[in-house]
Design a protein around this ligand. Structure first.
Ligand code: NAD
Length: 492
């Protein structure tokens, strides 16, 4: 890794207070890199650079085509290094390589999508009641945008934030998650090489409660886009209140995956596994509550338990691995504490529930795929986001029951329905209080379609045209086509 420092004002800088952080592979414990650990002082310095770059610099004044051309070049660079990036992502985050490969391809295409979108018509003219007035709406960048991302999709979350932010002409300050800075650092090496003007995109590393908090509270920052936990989102909103900066939040979830008796059994079974175990369950939209209709529940649970036991857990770099390690020992401990909670609450542990520590698991943060049945809606394992491979199963009788259980959550990020009756599936999806829903599939995510949650899963949307909107101001311009004295004041 060439430059594991902070990328400020177009150059790699050492952190002002000299902090460093060791980055470990969660599968092997191996030291991968030692990177800069910034402080609030570094955040303040980068904010000043971004402010100047936005107020006086070239980036917001460039033609959309020029910005798009740099974003296309960046996408090509990502593709050219796709395999290296995927391997680095797996080493740093732990997810299986096939998942990282998908993330890298999506990240490149996210830059391409917004590079294309920004050159399409954005403004409007409209007819108003006064015939002498031509009224127009133009869209402008918001300004300095701080962007804080989590560790579960390190490169992809950077792309979701930077691509629309930069396409719109904002000066972006990205803060990577403490545990997973490596692909973001590589991305910024590419940003440096492609030749974005200094201050257009900057990279900060460091703790959330200092660097992140400085970004969220600064009066020189015009917008904060945050992806992370709901509790942190609440702190961001408080910190952002000082200058009432624009806020978008992509937060946690406890999403229901509903399987009806008439679902295609084998399809629903595999998707139920994918919904919870993809990304080790460290996925905001994870189908962490499985709602089974009573008629198939017994058979489904028996197959699910068997299949969960057969999931190949291991180092994400091994081709046969189907589920990797959790991100850190501390996070593993947190997830394991929910296993204890579930047992104490009286849920039935069908499989898993233990750490894996023998042999090839010895140095990593591994746990077995875990399923709890016989749950009640008031249990913590049903209500709270665990963010690991722990599934809580609930049983329902009919559509109304399924919808009631599904919506019984403070979260509203995602939800899935499996049934051969498409009309019934659509009726249920329409009633879900969730921002992202799937019928007979789970998890597919597209750069073209809006992503975000209802209720405490967030506010605003990323991706698609909605994602660009979130980085644009709206200005009306009224032009008098026939300037004449107003005749309002008699004595002039
Ligand atoms: P987290 O909230 O602890 O951290 C996320 C980021 O916020 C990190 O960069 C962290 O340094 C920073 N941060 C922490 N405290 C901060 C503060 N006081 N002020 C400013 N920044 C601060 O979350 P995490 O553990 O990294 O990620 C897991 C969470 O992210 C889960 O709840 C998950 O559901 C959520 N998530 C949501 C989405 C989505 O699109 N809705 C996507 C991915 C992850």
């Amino acid at each position: 890794m060439k430059a594991a420092n902070l990328f400020i004002a177009g150059e790699w800088r050492l952190p002002l207070e000299g902090g460093r952080r060791d980055i470990h592979n969660p599968a092997t414990g191996e030291l991968l890199a030692t990177v800069a650990e910034g402080s609030a002082r570094d955040a303040d310095a980068a904010i000043l650079v971004a402010r100047k770059a936005f107020d006086d610099g070239p980036w917001p004044r460039m033609r959309a085509q020029e910005r798009a051309s740099l974003l296309f070049k960046l996408a090509d660079q990502i593709d050219a290094s796709a395999e290296d990036l995927a391997r680095l992502e797996t080493q740093n985050n732990g997810k299986p390589l096939r998942e990282s490969r998908g993330d890298v391809a999506d990240a490149a295409n996210c830059f391409r999508y917004y590079a294309g979108l920004i050159t399409k018509p954005l403004g409007q003219t409209y007819e108003v009641s006064d015939p002498t007035i031509l009224a127009m709406v133009v869209r402008e960048p918001i300004g300095v945008c701080a962007q804080i991302i989590p560790w579960n999709f390190p490169l992809l979350m950077a792309a979701w934030k930077l691509a629309p932010g930069l396409a719109a002409g904002n000066c972006c300050l990205l803060k990577a998650a403490e545990a997973t800075p490596l692909t973001a650092i590589t991305l910024f090496e590419m940003i440096a090489e492609v030749g974005f003007p200094p201050g257009a995109a900057q990279l900060l590393l460091g703790p959330g409660d200092t660097v992140g908090q400085a970004l969220a509270s600064s009066h020189l920052v015009d917008k904060i886009a945050f992806t992370g936990g709901t509790a942190t989102g609440r702190k961001i909103v408080h910190a952002a209140a000082g200058n009432l900066k624009k806020v978008t939040l992509e937060l946690g979830g406890k999403s229901p995956n509903i399987v009806f008796d008439d679902a295609e059994f084998e399809v629903a079974l595999e998707y139920a596994l994918f919904a919870i175990y993809a990304g080790q369950g460290e996925v905001c939209s994870a189908g962490s509550r499985l709602l089974l209709q009573r008629g198939i529940a017994e058979r489904f649970l028996s197959c699910l338990t068997e299949a969960s036991r057969r999931i190949v857990v291991g180092d994400g770099m091994e081709p046969e691995t189907e589920m990797g390690p959790l991100i850190t020992r501390a996070h593993l401990d947190r997830v394991m504490s929910y296993v204890t909670v579930g047992k104490n609450e009286g849920a039935e542990l069908l499989c898993g529930g233990q750490r894996l520590t023998e042999g090839r698991f010895a140095q990593g943060n591994f746990m077995a795929p875990t399923v709890f049945a016989a749950t009640r809606p008031d249990m913590m394992i049903v209500r709270e986001e665990i963010f690991g491979p722990v599934l809580a199963v609930q049983i329902f009788d009919d559509d109304a029951d399924a919808v009631r259980l599904a919506n019984e959550s403070v979260y509203g990020l995602a939800g899935g329905v499996f049934t051969k009756d498409t009309a019934k599936g659509l009726r249920v999806l329409q009633k879900l209080r969730a921002g992202i829903t799937w019928l007979n599939t789970y998890h597919p995510t597209f750069n073209e379609a809006p992503w975000g949650g209802y209720k405490q899963s967030g506010t605003g949307r990323e991706l698609g045209t909605f994602g660009l909107e979130a980085y644009l101001e709206t200005k009306q311009i009224n032009v008098n086509l026939n300037p004449q004295r107003l005749g309002w004041y008699r004595n002039i």
